[in-house]
Ligand binder design. Sequence first.
Ligand code: FES
Length: 358
Amino acid sequence: MAAATSRFHRLRVAAVDRLTDDSVALTFAVPPELRAEYRYAPGQHLAIRRFADGGAEIRRTYSVCSPAVGEDGPTEVRVGVRLVEGGEFSTYAHKEIAAGDELEVMTPAGRFTLEPRPGHFAAIVGGSGITPVLSIVATLLAREPEARFCLIRSDRSAASTMFLEEVADLKDRYPQRFQLVTALSREEQQAGLPSGRLDEERLTGLLPALLPVEQIDGWFLCGPLGLVQGAERALRGLGVRRARIHEEIFHVDSGTAPATSTAPALAHSTVTAQLDGRSGSWPVQDGESLLETVLRNRPDAPYACKGGVCGTCRAFLVTGEVRMDRNYALEPEETEAGYVLACQSHPATEQVELDFDR
Ligand code: FES
């Protein structure tokens, strides 16, 4: 869907809409010559970068919330941005960005997507995790009359809930095919609706009462790490196959990173990387990730979070072995197929070859 290699372009901010006290939606205008490049699948995200006053580059990824459009590509793309306490980019987005500004925006990326098809799907989201799922649901229900969707969302309070109106519109438009369940952790709820956090135990009790768990064709889990992991455990405990579960993590506390490989890292090795049709080989310096090695020589290498969460730096491991520090972005099928996160990979063999174009 997105261009094989992600690129940044300067896009004009068409609108800044306040969603809640601590979240905004940014709408970017896409000029005709870039529409094909910004064509996105529902659920994908955009990386945005800015250079701080001292020249340091900051990148953040934000999910597209608008429904996907057809072959010609969008005239606008809209993303949701929640204010993160102390977050450099989100603070800038909330306080400074105004309509008419230009920002550097990467072409869409991400594999937390659902191309419209008949079936019964469900999502469990927390907080700003609604953002990609809103695009997924709106696109699915508009394009596929044989599709149904159950959205289970949790938030702190109604006042802090993003896209309240957009989700209510879906409920009005598709009353037969869209089921909405909202759990608010800090408010009393009406009888019959869940309150409190959606953890593994609550979901294990709640899900079978809400929908035919074993008949759901795809589960989409998005939000903070704890919610996504709890929801996955609940689903697995209810007999759902892992291949039917898709995950996107929005927040990971540092220090919660499990190592995913135990292969020893090497002190001296060389990485060969194929990127945008060109290849090069460079020595890996002590302790650096393969992404850092490649970036020193190819500044156009794709990345956003550098934290193992967004998946922008995904590359195919052609030869050699790597040790990955953490992986919250790749699904098990992707790692089994040979994909790695370059930002988390360290060489475990003297030669490592990565292909960013696959
Ligand atoms: S840059 Fe985000 S996972 Fe590597």
